[in-house]
Design a protein around this ligand. Structure first.
Ligand code: TXA
Ligand code: MG
Length: 539
């Protein structure tokens, strides 16, 4: 069979629709990954998908729709909660499991009474569905291989097996849709993706994630979703996944590397690996960039198939929030062969001045003997207060004007660096290293498992790379200003100035694994802290 590649556009949509309506299989772009589509109502057409992919017959397909009225055609009943979730996240990277209608044949659901339904947002997918019919479509890879995020990936896998592939560019999301089971009580995430459990819970009040997505199936456990039981996303070379704080996974990969290996890393470490002479180094992006990791993970995995790497050693992103989808795919590609690199749980807590970082840390530590809260500013001041300490000596050498009989005069030091960016950077380089080292030392000597690092400049200082989780406290500017004025007895104007020089809430939302909203009410924050520790800090 000849395989034609067409750029997305009118002609391509017409051609795709006519092939689909005549029972053929077409490779189509979606915002998550490319799909291998066929008429969902036609068992024979659907059978051709399984053939082209070499997919096990008992693994059901997702049905893609373009309009809400099609939901009632493919599902037997649509619970109120499903409707609300659809309104919140469709079109988009969310698949809901619902009871199937008579329209959907066994071939699609592998005989199950339920069906996965999703409304993709990619304009090409929407156009093609609108011009044809509901489409059954799994990811367009050969079964077991990493999913395709560009038309050329699909071509590599499906050349000669399908008549047409539509090129709609690189996929924006990069990992497959979140699959959530809506047939039981609490919505249950069966496959994590860009729509996180937290986002679903924010709409419906509650949601959980099936444990098998994190640790794989237990011996003899029956999968909630058939896809859970197959080896997935596997490049030719075996993958070994290093989990923990980025600095620790870097150290472990460096330790285990042999010249045969390929490396998946973060931007912050790329130059260091190269300087060590390591070859075949590919980055997922900055270590905090969950959206970037998700966009790149499959193409990076695929890349190694074109090299002769014997093994792939991968630094694993943090698994919280938007990171869950990528981590789930990497764990599956590694067959759950993971190396734990950080013994304790290091939670970096940051946010703008007055957002309530210290209060949040205090609430998390309250009444627990397994939690240690460390305040970076306080550790810094303690280091400076030690005249015999290395940091004091280094600072006085660089800033002799701040020498007050062998001690650092903080007021003078503050004035020196306040208006001089270069001097401030020099001081920061000295202090950040010393403070982080000191905090790690205190943590290592402590018998507590959860270490809270209260750090205003978590990312600017690079302390985020020592963390297994990062949390941003965000609050409205007005309430932040009020708290600073009360706390530091300064004028409204000074408080505004200080806030004006700081990142906005959007910065923390983008950078942190999770964000906590401080509404200004202590009761609310207490409740948020209780929910947070119940979920992320089990005793
Ligand atoms: O983003 C996506 O969802 C992509 C694009 C093409 O839309 N599609 C995709 O399909 O990833 P596929 O077939 O590769 O993955 C479907 C997953 C499988 O893990 C399957 O087991 C699960 O959804 N699934 C489908 N129907 C199900 C059902 N009725 N009950 C439980 N799990 C189901
Ligand atoms: Mg797939």
């Amino acid at each position: 069979m000849e395989t034609v590649l067409m750029k997305a556009g009118e002609a391509a949509y017409e051609k795709a629709a006519s092939l689909l309506l005549s029972g053929q299989v077409v490779g189509i772009p979606t915002e998550t990954v490319y799909g291998l589509a066929a008429d969902a109502r036609d068992p024979e057409a659907v059978g051709r998908i399984f053939e082209a992919k070499g997919r096990p017959q008992d693994n059901p397909l997702i049905v893609h729709i373009a309009r809400f009225d099609q939901l009632g055609e493919v599902a037997r009943e649509v619970p109120e909660a499903a409707l609300r979730l659809g309104e919140a996240f469709w079109p988009g990277p969310l698949t809901m499991i619902l009871r199937r209608s008579e329209l959907i044949p066994d071939a699609v659901t592998a005989g199950l009474d339920t069906v996965g339904i999703r409304m993709p947002s990619h304009p090409a997918a929407r156009e093609i569905i609108a011009r044809s019919c509901p489409l059954a479509a799994p990811s367009a890879n050969t079964s077991g291989k990493p999913s395709p995020t560009s038309a050329s990936h699909v071509y590599d896998d499906m050349k000669g097996r399908v008549p047409l592939i539509i090129d709609g560019g690189r996929c924006r999301v990069g990992v497959e849709s979140t699959v959530v089971d809506m047939t039981g009580g609490t919505p249950r995430v069966l496959r994590p993706g860009a729509i996180t459990e937290e986002m679903i819970a924010a709409v419906l009040g509650d949601a959980t994630t099936d444990q098998a997505t994190r640790v794989g199936l237990a011996e003899g456990e029956k999968p909630k979703s058939p896809g859970m039981k197959y080896r997935h996303y596997a490049p030719k070379a075996p993958v070994i996944l290093y989990e923990g704080a980025p600095d620790d996974t870097f150290a472990a990969v460096r330790r285990d590397y042999t010249p045969d290996d390929g490396i998946i890393c973060f931007d912050e470490y790329k130059a260091q690996y190269r300087a060590l002479g390591f070859r075949r180094v590919w980055s997922l992006g900055p270590s905090w960039d969950h959206a970037g990791h998700s966009r790149r993970v499959f193409s990076v995995l695929r890349h190694f198939d074109a090299t002769n790497a014997g093994r792939i050693l991968a630094q694993c992103p943090r698994e919280y929030g938007a990171g869950e989808g990528t981590v789930n795919r990497l764990r599956k590609s590694a067959g759950f062969q993971c190396v734990a690199c950080t013994e304790k749980t290091y939670i970096g807590v940051t946010g703008m001045s007055g957002a309530g970082k210290s209060l949040f840390c205090a609430l998390l530590a309250e009444g627990r003997d397994d939690v240690l809260a460390l305040d970076a500013d306080q550790v810094y001041h303690e280091l400076l207060a030690d005249p015999a300490g290395g940091l004091t000596a280094a600072i006085l050498r660089a800033f002799p004007e701040a020498d007050d009989h062998g001690a650092v005069d903080r007021a003078v030091l503050g004035r020196i660096v306040f208006n001089d960016g270069q001097k401030r950077a020099a001081l920061n380089a000295m202090t950040h290293g010393a403070v982080l080292e000191k905090m790690k030392d205190i943590a290592a000597k402590s018998d507590r498992h959860y270490i809270l690092l209260d750090v205003p400049l978590l990312f600017e200082s690079g302390f985020d790379r020592a963390c297994t989780m990062t949390v941003g406290l965000v609050t409205g500017r007005q309430s932040a200003r009020k708290r600073i004025v009360a706390r530091d007895s300064i004028t409204e104007e000074r408080a505004s100035q200080r806030l004006g020089s700081q990142p906005t809430a959007a910065f923390y939302r983008r950078r942190c694994d999770l964000t906590v909203e401080n509404t200004g009410s202590l009761d609310d924050l207490r409740e948020a802290a209780a929910a947070f520790s119940a979920k992320y800090m089990p005793e």
